[in-house]
Write a protein that binds this ligand. Structure first.
Ligand code: CA
Length: 668
């Protein structure tokens, strides 16, 4: 480790020196460079689209210029790996033709400065440098689609948590970096222009939540953004300039837009990612975008979204969402539900004033094969068709360096594992007109039950069928449970069971948690603050019971906390229980959250013998609940106070979290 750190330091030092010696001059780019090719942009006419199996509820208010975008960044690397794409008639076709024929108007491509190691090995994720972008751009243009260029200004993935400076720019002052960024942007865009690519939009940065190209102060961030925007205006004066942010659920967009105004950044589109399983409700997204649009006179756009058509993984690399993942399941994992999700996101955009469109993220990224992880791995390494190759370790040692592999979104593509277009792809073309055919059940909602070990086990007689139009209908169910199973569950202690059942043509699941009697009142905060005392020990800006089912562990409510900026959150939340029978008990409570720096979080119980504490509880992101258990303690006088202590220093948009499911049980 020491030797490695030493080499790294030397490398950085030599890099910094060589950078300082280089003169910073205006880029040598010709704005009026003649186009090398003149593709026939307006000549391509997409095929008409119809479906007799996909339900699409009509979206009102889709204007003619509405952007139906598809990020297809990985296509070249996939094709190099042997992937082929097939249209609905079963014929192998250029995937860009298939997309154009199904209503896609824009192709989005991420661009990394230099996604290669010193030996020329690609980092993966498509190895998307500007040359890959040109290649994809030419094919999109051929089929009448415009290109959305998505500059990360990094050599690999950039997102709210990760904005690594490109290797060549490490050690530069922010002024030098601004010059380099201007020059790089102008040169890259000139390549697209020379190739005759129809560029409709250029994003300066990717998910830049007050963090961009290694900088975290708005002064420096906006200085860099402005030099990128300047280059776009010069090379593609008719293209829209987008800035791209994420996490609408944090309600920070108006504050970001205010900073962009304060520092006079020249841009057109305020873009947002929206993943339904991470980013709150569409209503909230719409409100955030509408406020930015109205207050700051900007266009807005949903730059990334996706949903899974199946729970299955198809390439031996685990997926972001799917069966067993902890995210909120807003829709079933079916082809129809994928279309419904996209339709709802399009509807959100079309009904939000100033919002100009929606772009799906990586709808063409599928498995490179089906044989084994080993064969796939060879292709990921050789062609960069996985999310990261092992060669990325030098640039991103803590993430790509450890977890390199394949695709985590192959179940969110619009093509199956063999490359055949899925019926859901038609949603883009059909959203304008609707395709409101007869509905039928599409999936069955899971049943989640908590049953007291001392009580009776009763399962519901009906389950909710999610219909093809995303409405719900109760239908009868027959559970696969008999007296022997019931006896096993009653005597098996605290345990979770998956009981299957038959509902129409579908298999239903009842997840039954057999639980100890809970001595706490209002253990899931469904009755608000009743029974609980919250002691705010620091400037915690928000501390209250929130009614939001998707963010709750049980029921629809939970305790919510948030602190602005870098303020520290510190509080206790506790309940005192009296009249307990003397004996041994344990206490358990759960928490999830994010944007926390240093944390100290534990569950505690205070009895006449003093205090016992759980292990420290980690905070590890949205949907990732961690529970703290005090272990057994003795109650001698019938009274115990149980609770959770939380102290977090804030990062990013401020420390936030959710607390739910407090349990005081007897301990054996
Ligand atoms: Ca996968």
């Amino acid at each position: 480790m020491v030797i490695f750190a030493l080499i790294l330091t030397l490398l950085l030092a030599s890099c910094a020196q060589s950078v300082e010696k280089e003169p910073v001059s205006a880029p040598d780019v010709s704005v009026d460079a003649p186009a090398a090719e003149t593709p026939a942009v307006e000549k391509y006419t997409p095929e008409p689209v119809s479906s007799n199996s996909l339900y699409v509820k009509k979206v009102d208010g889709i204007g003619n210029g509405f952007i139906m975008g598809m990020d297809a960044s990985s296509v070249i690397a996939l094709e190099d790996s042997g992937v082929k794409y097939y249209a609905f008639d079963g014929t192998e076709q250029d995937v860009f033709k298939i997309l154009a024929d199904n209503g896609i108007t824009h192709i989005r491509v991420r661009v990394w400065n230099d996604p290669y190691d010193e030996n020329g090995n690609g980092y993966g994720g498509g190895n998307n440098d500007i040359d890959k972008c040109v290649e994809i751009g030419k094919r999109a243009t051929q089929y009448g689609m415009k290109l959305i260029v998505d500059f990360h200004y990094s050599d690999f993935w950039a997102d709210p948590a990760k904005q690594f400076v490109p290797k060549a720019w490490q050690g530069m002052s922010v002024e030098q970096k601004a010059d380099a960024l201007y020059k790089y942007t102008a040169e890259s865009l000139t390549k697209l222009k020379d190739a005759g690519v129809d560029v409709g939009m250029v994003a300066v940065g990717n998910e830049t939540n007050q963090y961009f190209c290694g900088e975290k102060s708005w002064l420096k961030i906006t200085l860099l953004m402005k030099s990128g925007c300047k280059a776009v205006r010069e090379i593609f004066p008719d293209a829209l300039i987008a800035l791209h942010f994420a996490n609408p659920e944090n309600n920070s967009y108006p504050a970001y837009a205010e900073k962009l105004k304060e520092y006079d950044v020249d841009y057109d589109v305020f873009g947002s990612s929206y993943y339904p399983y991470w980013h709150g409700t569409l209503e909230n997204l719409s409100a955030e975008l509408a406020e930015v649009g109205k207050t700051y006179g900007k266009k807005t756009m949903i730059m990334e979204t996706s949903w899974a058509y199946t729970a299955e993984d198809t390439d031996f690399n685990g997926n972001t969402i799917g069966e067993g993942s902890l995210v909120t399941k807003n829709y079933p994992y079916t082809v129809q539900a994928q279309a419904n999700c996209v339709r709802d996101v399009i509807n959100c955009a079309a009904s939000t004033e100033g919002c100009i469109g929606v772009c799906y993220w990586e709808g063409t990224w599928i498995s490179v094969g089906t044989e084994s992880w080993d064969i796939n791995h060879e292709k990921w390494e050789k062609y960069g068709s996985g999310w990261a190759s092992s060669y990325a370790a030098g640039y991103d040692p803590n993430d790509a360096g450890k977890y390199y592999g394949g695709c985590a979104v192959d179940n969110q593509a619009f093509f199956d594992a063999q490359g055949h277009a899925l019926e859901s792809l038609k949603v883009w073309a059909l959203a304008k007109t609707g395709n409101e055919i007869a509905t039928k059940p599409d999936a069955i909602e899971d049943v989640n039950l908590m049953i007291d070990l001392a009580g009776e086990i009763e399962l519901p007689a009906t389950v909710n069928a999610v219909m093809t139009d995303d409405s719900k209908e109760a239908i009868p169910v027959e559970w696969n449970i008999d007296d022997a199973k019931i006896a096993e569950m009653k005597s098996g202690g605290v345990k979770k069971y998956d009981i299957t059942g038959k509902a129409g043509d579908f298999t239903a699941h009842a997840y039954v948690s057999m639980v100890e009697y809970n001595y706490l009142q209002n253990w899931s905060f469904e009755e608000g603050e009743s029974g609980w005392t919250a002691t705010n020990l620091a400037a915690t800006e928000q501390l209250y019971v929130e009614d939001k089912q998707t963010d709750s562990m049980s029921g629809s409510k939970h305790y919510h906390f948030w602190s602005a900026g870098k303020d520290t959150v510190e509080f206790r939340l506790e309940q005192t229980v009296s009249d307990l029978r003397p004996g041994s008990y344990s206490f358990d409570i759960s928490i999830m959250g994010g944007d926390c720096g240093e944390t100290e979080i534990y569950a505690y119980a205070i009895t006449s013998d003093g205090e016992v504490r759980s292990e420290l509880m980690p905070i590890s992101g949205y949907g990732s609940w961690s529970s703290g258990n005090t272990g057994a303690f003795e109650v001698k006088d019938g009274t115990v106070t149980v609770g959770i202590y939380v102290r977090c220093s804030g990062e990013g948009n401020g420390a936030w979290g959710k607390i739910d499911d407090a349990k005081l049980n007897t301990s054996k």
